[in-house]
Design a protein around this ligand. Structure first.
Ligand code: NOJ
Length: 556
């Protein structure tokens, strides 16, 4: 039973770690991280226990959007290495039991991609229809502009061919015409190529934009059919190949991208609404918003799941909150204008938002790891890295990984001025926050995170089970339960700084239920027959329990 089965849909019990090769480890000393450097650190990643790494784009690119503007889908940016290095990386990761997924950025190309160069060269070029052209632009809805600091329309004028082209992101990222069968074939070819090189799937960039055909003239194509075709292609090539979708929409819209009951589109979707509500709860020290968001999270087919995260490589978007709620989060975690971006998000990392409060940092990660679904970490979160606000926009959180207290945080032997991006300075910089020191300290965040990751992997109920919000009598305590194959895991998180005694009303529990403390053992806690559990909780305290019957084995 149980654990053996979890290897089938491997991503339901995975711990995903996102990183950018160019800021992870610079092996050849040119100031830019490289695939060789990452390969040398695969044992580090295996050691902390992550089971899947997600690589941000590493293909050739003019880097005007940090690699999300690709000029060659079949290559590796020469600063980062070669395809040969890539294959060595995959081989090494596999050997250490780590899967690798890569970003699939096919909503748009760079405007320097040969397809676009050809397309704009003349209206009757054979690549013209790879993109979307108009004599007159349609009206742009303000909400559809993703980067309002730089763009005011989703149409840009092309002097050369004297028409407008569609771009949902920056104007140097022309949207591909998904209505064109040739484009869809090319996308499948790209995915097929990386699968053949051994990747385990893709984080699909900007999915709603990718499949949107509303701006494509004369196309009668159900957008979700596009996703179904891509998924079926991936599954034909590789049965357990994963699509992890970036879809930042409300729950009832989100669910469509799984493919409903057929579960034949994306298997894993980031739960943006739950993430945003979590931040509101953290700001208010009140369980209300997260409890409500979890109630609204729609249960999905056994073949699908949500992915949870607290921070990623972009801004901490708060676009789903009301204006007032967003301001509450800004006030609590990023009051200065320079900490905010696009009017909707924060460009900070979590530890600095919590002013380095270690109890609160651990509580927040324990909470994220306990939520139903697959946890996703962004590199450096395991050691508590901060941001560098001197770097523009969203790049403030994409600073070099902090390996040691040496120059450049041990990321590179190059002169600091040659680094791809400067390291963080001050309180959260490498002198204070680095891997080398933390791995020698059993009390460090890194050591604790390793234990959390191990425990999460041993707790498949959280990835596979059904879930319920648990009633409590203290407003700052959020509690929920996940049930799977006769076992129940209960987690309680005190979002407030005041200690408390809380009563959880668990509802149905086995009569002779045994309670095991899954994190720190704080002594016996009794479960009453009516399913009530009374807990003493520290300020920012957190507890995970498993309830089993006497016939069941429990992990140590
Ligand atoms: C979403 C990515 O996360 C972001 O970094 C990028 O700028 C846009 N998609 C465009 O590719």
């Amino acid at each position: 039973m149980t654990t053996a089965r979890t290897s089938d849909l491997w991503w339901k019990n995975a711990v995903v770690y996102c990183l950018d090769v160019e800021t992870f480890l610079d092996w050849d000393g040119d100031g830019v991280g490289d695939i060789r450097g990452l390969t040398e650190r695969i044992d580090y990643l295996a050691g902390i226990g992550v089971s899947c790494i997600w690589l941000m784009p590493f293909q050739p690119s003019p880097n005007r959007d940090d690699g999300y503007d690709i000029t060659d889908y079949y290559g590796v940016d020469h600063r980062l290495g070669s395809l040969g290095d890539f294959v060595t990386l995959i081989r090494t990761a596999k050997d250490r039991g780590i899967r690798v997924i890569v970003d699939l950025v096919v909503n748009h190309t760079s405007d320097r991609h040969p397809w676009f160069r050809e397309a704009r060269s003349s209206p009757d070029n054979r690549f013209r229809d790879f993109y979307v052209w108009r004599d007159r632009p349609t009206r742009t809805q303000k909400a559809s502009i993703v980067f309002p600091d730089a763009e005011d329309s989703i149409w840009a004028w092309d002097d050369k061919s004297e028409q407008f082209y569609l771009h949902h992101f920056y104007s140097h990222q022309p949207d591909l015409n998904i209505g064109n069968q040739q484009v869809r074939d090319e996308i499948a070819k790209v995915a097929g190529f990386w699968l053949e090189l051994g990747v385990d799937g893709f984080r699909v960039d900007a999915v709603p934009f990718l499949i949107d055909t509303s701006e494509v003239p004369d196309v009668d194509l159900d957008p979700h059919e596009i996703l179904k075709h891509l998924r079926s292609f991936i599954s034909r090539r590789r049965g357990d190949g994963l699509l992890l979708g970036e879809v930042n929409l409300h729950p009832e819209q989100l669910i469509d991208f799984f493919g409903g009951e057929d579960a034949d589109e994306v298997q894993l979707l980031f739960n943006f609404p739950l993430m945003e509500a979590t931040w509101l709860s953290l700001a208010r020290q009140d369980a209300g918003p997260i409890a409500e968001a979890l109630r609204q999270t729609i249960e999905v087919s056994i073949d699908c799941q949500y992915a949870n995260f607290l921070r990623n490589h972009d801004e901490l978007t708060l676009d789903k909150l009301s204006e007032d709620e967003r301001l509450e989060v800004f006030d609590a975690f990023g009051p200065e204008e320079d900490m905010q971006v696009f009017g909707r998000g924060l460009r900070r990392r979590l530890p600095s938002m919590f002013d380095g409060d270690d109890r609160r940092i651990r509580m927040a990660y324990s909470l994220m790891f306990s939520l139903p679904g697959t946890p996703v970490l962004f590199y450096g979160e395991e050691i508590g890295m901060g941001e560098n606000l001197a770097i523009d926009g969203r790049m403030s959180v994409r600073t070099p990984m902090q390996w040691s207290d040496e120059e450049n945080g041990g990321f590179s032997k190059a002169r600091p001025s040659r680094l791809r991006r400067p390291v963080v300075e001050g309180r959260f910089g490498p002198l204070a926050v680095n891997v080398a020191a933390q791995r020698r300290d059993p009390e460090s965040l890194l050591s604790w995170m390793e234990r959390l990751i191990r425990r999460r992997r041993e707790t498949p109920e959280l990835g596979w089970g059904t879930w319920d919000v648990v009633k409590t009598n203290v407003s700052s305590v959020f509690a929920h339960r996940c049930d799977w194959e006769g076992r129940t895991v209960v987690a309680a998180h005190n979002l407030g700084e005041q200690p408390c005694v809380v009563r959880l009303q668990l509802g149905d529990v086995p009569k002779d239920g045994r309670l095991d403390d899954l994190l720190d053992d704080r002594g016996a806690t009794a479960l009453s027959d009516d399913g009530t559990l009374e807990l003493k909780m520290d300020g920012y305290g957190f507890r995970w329990f498993r309830i089993t019957t006497s016939e069941q084995h429990t992990p140590p």
